[in-house]
Write a protein that binds this ligand. Structure first.
Ligand SMILES: Nc1ncnc2c1ncn2[C@@H]1O[C@H](COP(=O)(O)OP(=O)(O)OP(=O)(O)O)[C@@H](O)[C@H]1O
Length: 267
């Protein structure tokens, strides 16, 4: 199962949001997308998932344009966890996860015990089985986020697109979730803000800046102090280990000039 973007362009409100974005996602890899706020990560994920169409360029799934696949066929192959996916429906945690089975159901394939088992496994995988009867609106942000992931796992699609999947999660669940996703051996594209998580879990990282991909490669190649300063405006040291891994240590910025202090000294 392959996913590729060629020369994507997308604009909104009269401004270019994505320009000439090309990307080959290798089967089975965990590809991270990093970049500052507004650099286009969510927009790119929306085009890769097919929920938005590019104004130029093509997203290909198994060599065919996404638009040539039916919606259900795409949903069987690509599961997408959006950044701010919410529901106002009065549903339980379990029902939210059951929605992941929708692409597999039809007149000739009604809900079965196999679907129940898949949903239960997905709930257990994200540590939410004990909350399966709870109503959605009573759940915390982190609990909802784990259910979104469970819904995507229950979809059993070979490609998983995750837009900031660790949002709202405590550090234990952040690392647990990325490890869980990694262990599924799916093809994963995940927009991530935590550069050390990207370094720990990604096979490759694409760096976005101003709607373009400005670097793409292994974490050790991409996460370089000069690039991180240029893209994020932060000063870092990158520690590298003998196994090819890397760790980013942030440096505290120099103090701002007094005239830039937001609250004048009254005392
Ligand atoms: N429908 C829209 N209309 C106008 N501008 C939009 C629209 N969607 C996105 N944008 C703009 O496009 C730019 C990229 O947005 P996008 O959400 O893709 O960035 P991002 O990298 O995911 O940011 P963040 O890290 O803050 O989630 C932003 O400046 C955003 O304001």
């Amino acid at each position: 199962m392959t996913l590729a973007a060629e020369g994507l362009f997308w604009s909104a409100g009269g401004a270019a949001i994505l320009t000439d974005v090309s990307l080959d996602v290798r089967p089975g890899e965990f590809l991270g997308i990093i970049g500052p706020n507004g650099s286009g990560k969510t927009s790119l994920m929306a085009l890769l998932s097919g929920i938005r169409r590019p104004l130029a360029g093509t997203v290909r799934l198994d060599g065919q344009p996404l638009s040539a696949h039916g919606r259900q066929a795409v949903a069987r192959r690509i599961a997408f966890v959006e950044q701010q996916a919410e529901t106002t429906e009065r549903i339980t945690a379990r029902q939210a996860v059951e929605l992941g089975r929708t692409p597999h159901l039809g007149a000739l394939t009604p809900w079965s015990r196999a679907d129940d088992a898949i949903v239960e496994r997905a709930l257990e995988a994200v540590d939410m089985a004990h909350f399966s009867g709870r109503l959605w609106h009573t759940l915390s942000g982190g609990e909802r986020q784990r259910l979104h992931i469970a819904r995507a796992l229950a979809q059993q699609a070979p490609i998983l697109l995750l837009d900031e999947p660790t949002n709202h999660l405590d550090i234990g669940h952040q690392i647990g979730l990325l490890q869980l996703v990694r262990e599924q051996e799916l093809t994963v594209v995940a927009a991530l803000h935590d550069l050390n998580h990207a370094a720990m879990f990604c096979d490759r990282i694409a760096v976005m800046q101003g709607g373009r991909i400005v670097a793409l490669g292994t974490p050790a190649r991409v996460l370089e102090p000069e690039r991180l300063h240029d893209v994020f405006g932060v000063t870092v040291e990158v520690e590298r280990d003998s196994a090819g891994g890397c760790f980013i240590r942030y440096r505290r910025p120099d103090p701002r000039p007094a005239k830039l202090k937001l609250v004048a000294e009254a005392r």
